[in-house]
Design a protein around this ligand. Structure first.
Ligand SMILES: [Zn+2]
Ligand SMILES: [Zn+2]
Length: 386
């Protein structure tokens, strides 16, 4: 995960250009844009600035480089397919019909969770429109003093009695809300950013984390189940005959064993790690950076934690479903150069309910943050969580 590059902008200068060159539209976007007649109404996904691919008229989205995602899908489908074709008939005949039924249910659940994680908007925040960016620049400039130093591009807000430092994103032209980070692969700011996962071909964030967690957890069960069943299959077949002869007679089962053996450890480890994150209401991003570790003293604990494992699990996995803020299927307004953001509830910073935070646009974020800023108390020590 690579952060945006930061540059200080002297007061009075016009809006700074992004730190990197603006990304070229995705290949599918260009194709769709070329196919759209000049007089036709274009949808917002066709001019989406991030590095994403869109399918089915913008209903599905994926990171641009999705080769590893296809490998994940292929490994699951091929391994499960070999199991159903070569092991299940024998096991159903000699043991119980429950084995193929359980494997089938697990397989369908795993695939549905994977597709939900991969093709869903992970919680992308729309970039500021030119007018919003200009307003923000003006406001930041107004904070400058008579000294030569430009105003710092950070902002401090109180969340659950803790000071949290918000950083300015030069690409999206806004202050990132708490727990938001800019994905350098997809070139988007993502709410409650966990990490960018090439295996699922998407960022993992506020809107798809629960599917990601369900995916790795159910994949652990499926892998362990297939592994145990294949071992049982080979053991039953080898009764009264040479084990090596059985292995030569069942190459598909051997292949399944190898794939399951080498993948089960990493999948189990990942499931355990994310179970710890869910129980602590942490993200991978925060945990790797040690944002809320106790190195600064126990008083700087994770401000988003509900102090109870059960409540944290409920908050992360059973919270409300959030609408997508990028409104990728919406039409571009004829009089607007950039897509507008959909209407949603203005967030309330300063409370623990980060899960209920929903933004409308940079102006609204700014207004809400300014309200939080009215508190003149300066932080004893600013915390940086992003
Ligand atoms: Zn950003
Ligand atoms: Zn990403």
């Amino acid at each position: 995960m690579k952060e945006c590059e930061y540059r200080q902008i002297p007061p009075g200068t016009p809006a700074a250009p992004p730190s990197s060159e603006p990304p070229a539209p995705a290949a599918s976007s260009m194709a769709a844009a070329a196919a759209t007649p000049a007089h036709g109404r274009r949808r917002k996904w066709e001019v989406f600035p991030g590095r994403n691919r869109f399918y089915c008229g913008g209903r599905l989205m994926l990171a641009r480089h999705s080769g590893v995602f296809l490998l994940t899908l292929g490994l699951i489908v091929v391994t499960s397919g070999l199991f159903f074709a070569f092991d299940c008939p024998f096991l159903a005949r000699n043991l119980t019909l429950a084995i193929p039924i359980i494997a089938g249910i697990l397989f369908l659940f795993v695939i549905s969770c994977l597709l939900q994680t991969s093709f869903r908007d992970p919680g992308i925040l729309p970039r500021a429109t030119p007018s919003e960016a200009a307003d923000l620049e003006k406001w930041i400039d107004s904070l400058g003093t008579s000294t030569y130093r430009p105003p710092a591009r950070t902002m401090e807000v109180v969340i659950n009695k803790y000071m949290v430092k918000l950083k300015y994103c030069y690409t999206c032209k806004m202050f990132r809300p708490p727990r938001t980070s800019h994905c350098s692969v997809c070139d988007n700011c993502v709410e409650r950013f966990d990490h960018h996962c090439p295996w699922v071909g998407n960022c993992v964030g506020k809107r798809n984390y629960r599917y990601f967690y369900a995916f790795i957890l159910s994949l652990s069960f499926l892998t362990a189940f297939i592994f145990a069943c294949v071992i049982t299959h080979l053991a039953l077949r080898s009764q009264g005959s040479d084990f090596l002869t059985v292995l030569k007679a069942t190459p598909a089962s051997v292949l399944e064993l190898v794939v399951c053996f080498f993948s089960v450890w990493s999948i189990f480890g990942l499931s355990g790690f994310h179970t710890y994150l869910v129980a602590s209401n942490l993200t991978t991003n925060e945990d790797l950076k040690g944002a809320w570790s106790n190195k600064r003293g126990s008083e700087f604990a994770n401000p988003y934690s509900h102090k109870s494992i059960f409540t944290n699990c409920c908050a992360v996995l059973c919270g409300p479903f959030y609408p997508s803020l990028i409104d990728r299927r919406g039409f571009i307004q004829a009089d607007a150069g950039t897509p507008s953001t959909p209407k949603s509830e203005i967030p309330s910073f300063g409370t623990k309910s980060d899960a209920s935070m929903c933004v409308r646009g940079t102006k609204e974020i700014l207004r809400t943050l300014c309200a939080s800023w009215q508190n003149p108390r300066r932080p004893q020590e600013a915390l940086s969580n992003i």
